[in-house]
Design a protein around this ligand. Structure first.
Ligand SMILES: Cc1cc2nc3c(=O)[nH]c(=O)nc-3n(C[C@H](O)[C@H](O)[C@H](O)COP(=O)(O)OP(=O)(O)OC[C@H]3O[C@@H](n4cnc5c(N)ncnc54)[C@H](O)[C@@H]3O)c2cc1C
Length: 512
């Protein structure tokens, strides 16, 4: 999936030495937010990215006149008020801004037994629609989602920075003790407990499972309440907003802002090794043999890649324990289709989630996610065409040990099954395709540098909410992690949070 390099940062003046304040391995949104925050505070970070363009899972590629988002396309964090609009804030910190298009519906669910629910941007409209499907649960539904609002209101009233910085924690507590206590109380909670407190209908509880699964990749019992408070409320507050020009614009703008603010970014620079000296991270070695040093090293690769592959010393015990508690979520089988616009009715919602059988919620080829970003921004496709990005969970194990021809055959077979599912919703779509790119877990591993193409960590069993997620500092002095395998987890706004927190802790450590 080769992108065309259309908007790289303006020419940067390379420093005369090869020592930096901070080296960030990877230019995912987590890495870029860390670096831009540091640069905006006067630091001198270097971002090293193995690929041709920035963004990782929030990147893009272009084919046949289509501009496809690699992964993310339901974007939170572009609100204009409060403190949870972290993408707006991250861009503004380095003098950047993006035009966004508000999505009136976060997602349309098409679930078993004809359960069809649209999550409207307007909270009351959503509650009314869900309540119409479960009239006997109207009161419980309101109580459940109102409790999520309480969590969100606490989050949205404090500056979201590093919980590893005691002076910040003390200051925020002094400024807003009730919000902090509210959050502390909910930190160990999962959504399942709250749902069962207010709701009884088994199908409605399944619906709440799907509400969680579609971003946490685990059902409600394993999904931290803090994250749900954010997602279930911010969609009605800041809303879901699509960046004009595609999701890849976010990373491009951050990279530009980084360079404008005195930071550095270098592409096609795969870090082969994080180098330690007497147990302390001091530099990185690239696949080309180049060697850079820094006062601090930040890894935006997953924790599995960081500690099992990149670090030149044995993985610390703390990381081994983490890997026992959290397991890598599956990757995806992704179809990037270009289709004749005539087969997509104009009132279709941009994001759809489909499931035929509740027992298949977590199964490979069970839940089908669909994004049609050209409904928001038609400029991503040639005239009278739409982009359909359909993806479903898929494990690496299903793709290993196959001969090239068998791999191609399997890919095509599963892609055809997905297209048949799409055809039931958009009759004629199977015959209206003029472009089809298929990505498997192997594609995700190759292009995103993520172990087995994983979407990120998921709890092995029911854990105590977010308490088990590690922060940015690691057991290796001088080494930090940022991105979706650190607190608070997956999603663009979540990894932006992780980036703010990481830069905050680094600034304190480096006296920036
Ligand atoms: C199919 C799919 C759909 C999604 N949909 C949504 C959505 O709708 N909304 C949402 O908010 N989130 C969504 N997500 C999740 C979201 O995209 C991720 O959680 C987030 O982008 C992860 O960001 P990150 O900073 O942790 O790292 P990544 O995006 O993984 O970026 C890490 C970067 O590091 C680079 N790298 C890795 N190793 C090295 C190395 N050794 N040397 C140099 N560079 C290296 C990689 O090339 C990559 O650019 C989706 C993800 C996928 C896969």
């Amino acid at each position: 999936m080769m992108p065309t390099i259309s908007s790289m940062p303006s020419t940067q003046r390379w420093p005369s030495d090869s020592h930096f304040d901070v080296i960030v391995v990877g230019s995912g949104i987590g890495g870029l937010v860390t670096a831009t925050q540091l640069a905006s505070k006067g630091g001198r970070p270097l971002v090293l990215e193995r690929y041709l363009i920035p963004g990782g899972s929030a990147g893009y590629f272009e084919r046949d006149g289509y501009r496809f988002d690699v992964g993310a396309s339901m974007i939170f964090g572009f609100g204009q008020q409060g403190t949870t609009n972290l993408l707006t804030r991250a861009l503004a910190a380095v003098g950047q801004k993006l035009e966004t298009i508000p999505d009136p519906v976060q997602v349309q669910y098409r679930l078993p037994h004809g359960l069809s629910v649209r999550v409207h941007r307007d909270y009351e409209q959503f509650l009314a629609e869900l309540g119409d499907r479960f009239p006997h649960e109207r009161q419980g539904i309101r109580r459940f989602y109102d409790t999520c609002w309480q969590v969100f209101n606490c989050l949205n009233s404090i500056e979201l920075l590093s919980l590893e910085e005691p002076r910040y924690v003390a200051r925020v507590f002094a400024q807003n003790p009730l919000a902090c206590l509210g959050l502390a109380r909910r930190l160990p909670a999962n959504v399942g407990g709250l749902a069962r407190r207010y709701l009884q209908d088994p199908e409605l509880l399944r619906f709440i499972d799907m509400e969680c699964y579609c971003w946490s990749v685990v059902p409600a019992a394993k999904t931290p309440l803090i994250n749900a408070g954010m997602v279930f409320s911010d969609r009605h507050y800041g809303g879901v907003n699509y960046p004009q020009g595609g999701v890849g614009r976010i990373a491009e703008k951050l990279a530009q802002g980084l360079v404008d603010s005195g930071g550095y970014i270098q592409y096609q620079s795969r870090v082969k090794r994080i180098v330690t000296q007497q147990g302390r991270a001091i530099g990185v070695e690239l696949a080309t043999g180049e060697y850079y040093t820094a006062n601090r090293i930040v890894s935006n690769a997953t924790r599995w890649d960081t500690f099992n592959t990149l670090l030149d010393m044995p993985s610390p015990k703390r990381e081994q324990h983490w890997q026992q508690r959290y397991t890598p979520a599956p990757s995806f089988l992704s179809l990037h289709l270009g289709v004749d616009a005539a087969v997509i009715p104009s009132d279709t919602d941009c994001h759809q989630i489909m499931l035929d059988n509740w027992d298949d919620l977590e199964a490979p080829n069970g839940t089908l996610f669909l994004s049609i970003p050209t409904l928001m921004d038609p400029g991503l496709a040639p005239p009278n065409r739409h982009i359909l990005h359909a993806f479903t969970p898929s494990w690496m194990a299903d793709w290993q040990g196959r001969s090239p021809s068998n791999y191609e055959h399997h890919k095509q077979q599963l892609a055809n099954q997905l297209i048949q599912r799409l055809d039931k919703i958009f009759p004629g779509v199977a015959g209206a395709i003029d472009h089809c790119s298929i990505g498997t877990p192997r594609t995700h591993r190759r292009f995103l540098g993520r172990m087995n193409g994983t979407y990120g960590p998921m709890p092995q069993q029911q854990l105590r909410g977010l308490l088990g997620m590690p922060f940015n500092r690691t057991a290796v002095p001088g080494l930090y992690c940022v991105g979706d395998s650190t607190f608070p987890g997956q999603g663009l706004n979540a990894v932006a949070f992780s980036g703010f927190a990481c830069a905050h802790r680094l600034s304190a450590d480096l006296n920036l």
